[in-house]
Design a protein around this ligand. Structure first.
Ligand code: FES
Ligand SMILES: [Fe+2]
Length: 344
C-alpha cells in the first residue's frame, strides 16, 4: 500500500508542475557534471542536468568554475561555442560577456569532480573515502546508461543482480547468497543517506585477482540523490572502493562517473587490470540497464509488487526518493522564469 502511495505521488508530481516544486529536493543537492581531470580549462563545456542546458567555464587554469544557462541572454546563441577571456565567458555571436553575476546555481570543484547545485543545502558535495590517501591508486570510468536515475540508483544498491548479470569469468557474481546483510539508517541524515553492509563470496575476475580470498566484507553507501560508494574489504587488509556518481541526462539516460580506488595492485599495470575488470563489469550493467523498461506510469505501478530477499533497504530508499523528480521541461521553464524575474 505504501508503495502505491509513493508511486502515485511521484507520478502525479512529475506530470504537473507546481511552484512549490521549485524547491524540489534534487535541486538542493549536488549533481556531478564531470570529472575534473582531462577537462580543457581554457574552454567552456556544455552539460545538462535533466532537461536543463548548462555551460561551465573556469576563471583561469587553476580558478573556480562558474555555470550559467547555455543560452545567451541577448539573442540565444549557445554559449558553449564561445570563448573564455579574462575569466568571462564571451558569446560567439555579439561578444556579450558572462561573469559570476550571471551564474545559474553554484558550481564547485571537489575531489576531482565538477559539481553543480541550484540551491545547495550542504556547503560541500559528498566526500568519497580515501580520496587523498597516497597508499591508494585511483582510476576512473565514465559510462552512459540507457536507464533512469532511479533504475541506476537501485542497481548500485542491489546485491542480488551480480549472481545473474555479473556471472562468468569476466564478472564477480556468485550463487552463494550474501550473508550478514544489515541496512544502516542514520537518524540525523535520514532521507539523505543510507548504508548497507554484507558479506559476499565473489567468483570470477575479482576472485582471480586475489586468489585464496573469496569472502569479503562489503559496505555500500548512498547519498541522495545520486552519489554512492562501495567498499570491498578482504581479510588481508586489501580494500577496493568503487564510487559511482550519477547524472540524469535524459529521463531514461544516466551518466555514471565511476572512480576506482584500491590499496593493492597499485602499480600502473595493476591499476590497468582493476580498471579493465571494472569496465567489463560496467558493460554487463550497461547491457542490463538497456533492458530496463522506460519510465512510465505502467512501470511505476508494476515495480516492487514483488520482493526478493535482501531488499529491505529499498523500502527506506523509496521513502528517500519520494520527492525526487526528473528535471523535466516544465520545471526547467519555471526555474528559468524565476531566475530572470529575480535578476531584474
Ligand atoms: S546572442 Fe550572445 S551576444 Fe548576441
Ligand atoms: Fe552491477
Amino acid at each position: 500500500m505504501l508503495g502505491v502511495l509513493i508511486v502515485a505521488a511521484t507520478f502525479a508530481g512529475s506530470c504537473a508542475f507546481s511552484p512549490a516544486s521549485l524547491g524540489m529536493a534534487p535541486l538542493n543537492h549536488w549533481h556531478v557534471l564531470s570529472f575534473a581531470g582531462g577537462l580543457d580549462r581554457t574552454k567552456p563545456h556544455k552539460f545538462r542536468v535533466g532537461e536543463l542546458p548548462l555551460v561551465t567555464w573556469f576563471e583561469n587554469a587553476t580558478g573556480n568554475p562558474t555555470t550559467t544557462l547555455d543560452v545567451c541572454r541577448h539573442m540565444g546563441s549557445r554559449l558553449h561555442h564561445g570563448r573564455v577571456e579574462n575569466g568571462c565567458l564571451v558569446c560567439p555571436y555579439h561578444g556579450l560577456k558572462h561573469g559570476s553575476k550571471q551564474a545559474f546555481g553554484e558550481t564547485k570543484e571537489f575531489e576531482g569532480k565538477i559539481w553543480w547545485s541550484h540551491t545547495p543545502k550542504h556547503a560541500r558535495p559528498p566526500s568519497s573515502p580515501f580520496f587523498k590517501n597516497k597508499r591508494y591508486a585511483s582510476s576512473t570510468v565514465q559510462v552512459d546508461m540507457e536507464a533512469s536515475l532511479m533504475d541506476s540508483v537501485y542497481n548500485v544498491m542491489d546485491i542480488t543482480h551480480p549472481q545473474y548479470v555479473h556471472s562468468g569469468p569476466a564478472g564477480f557474481g556468485s550463487d552463494i547468497p550474501p550473508s550478514d546483510v544489515v541496512t544502516h539508517v542514520y537518524p540525523a541524515m535520514r532521507n539523505e543517506t543510507i548504508g548497507l553492509s554484507f558479506v559476499y563470496s565473489a567468483e570470477g575476475t575479482f576472485a582471480h585477482l586475489d586468489p585464496g580470498v573469496k569472502r569479503s566484507r562489503n559496505f555500500h553507501m548512498l547519498h541522495y540523490p545520486g552519489s554512492s560508494w562501495s567498499r570491498v574489504t578482504m581479510p588481508n587488509g586489501r580494500n577496493l572502493f568503487v564510487a559511482v556518481d550519477l547524472l540524469p541526462i535524459g529521463r531514461d539516460r544516466t551518466r555514471w562517473f565511476v572512480t576506482l580506488r584500491h590499496n593493492y595492485l597499485t602499480s600502473p599495470p595493476g591499476r590497468w587490470l582493476i580498471n579493465t575488470a571494472a569496465r567489463c563489469i560496467l558493460e554487463q550493467d550497461r547491457q542490463q540497464m538497456a533492458k530496463q523498461t522506460p519510465s512510465s506510469l505502467v512501470k511505476a505501478l508494476a515495480i516492487f509488487n514483488a520482493e526478493m530477499p535482501f531488499e529491505k533497504h529499498f523500502t527506506e530508499m523509496r521513502l528517500m526518493f519520494k520527492n525526487w523528480r526528473y528535471l523535466d521541461q516544465n520545471t526547467v521553464e519555471r526555474m528559468v522564469f524565476e531566475y530572470f524575474r529575480s535578476s531584474y
